[in-house]
Write a protein that binds this ligand. Sequence first.
Ligand code: FE2
Length: 326
Amino acid sequence: MAVIGIESSAHTFGVGIVEDGKVLANEKEMYRIGTEGMIPNDVAEFHIANSGTVVSRAIEKAGVSRKDITGVGYTRGPGMGPCLHVGLLSAKTLAKRLGIPIVPVHHGIGHIEAARHFGGMKDPVALYVSGGNSQILKLDAKPFAHYRVLGETFDIGVGNMLDTFAREIGLDPAWGSTVDRLAQSGRKYVELPYSVKGMDFSFTGLMTKAVTIADTLSREDLCFSLEQTAFSMLCETTERALLLTNSGEVSVCGGVAQSQKLREMMEKMAKGHGAKFGCAPNEFNADNGGMIALVAEQMLRRNLDVALDKCDIEQRYRIENAQVVR
Ligand code: FE2
């Protein structure tokens, strides 16, 4: 079965096509964030303008015909309402036109399952780090198979923190990835607020302090100190979760997992405890439709499709409320 997955929760409109766990295509168009950040309606308009092209491109790249597609999955949430609606509409249109079943997918489960799939892992402690989310998760069987949140941010996601910081100090482009690039040339560490409680953490105090001292040191050293502090907080809390759960596997996923520095720090921590470390290629750490298609294929195999008129979006869709199937 070839399954098409549609992702539109934030700046990316992504379409992936999967057949028997193999990703045949993973196409996307990404809204460029300006100094004003992401305005949901503007991003949704971008998605509307690009949705048809990206779907056609993915089908062409996969080398399948429309009649070969046997199911469609879409991101139900969490994410920005207007953006999620565009993905829902695209998925419903395909389901109706092609007469195929449709299934809603949790965005975070897409990231976690992609890391598990490509990292060759069974049941890892998962650090999920993106713009809107920063959580430490582990599969729990009861009362139904779901990801239990062991730790999470008290305020904003680490990706949101890095993006906002980039805008506040005037980096161009104003992305966390620019902070990550500059940090690679930083050498001097300046102590910044380190905020961890058990397996939870917070980032706003750290960001405010880093913005306040921005004129006192080089951009490179500032970005280096900010990343070093934030990523150390994530490693410490994930390490605590690893020891608590006795798991032999650790994964990292989500947009911020594109940082080589974070992956290296996490791998070092995992190996220090004799645990296996794994993550997906960066194409799947960034938002993409392929991860949604991977999960949708599994769900459709279990006949978890939903009637067209019951399909909806959920901006604050909590991961522990989403059923996990394998
Ligand atoms: Fe994401």
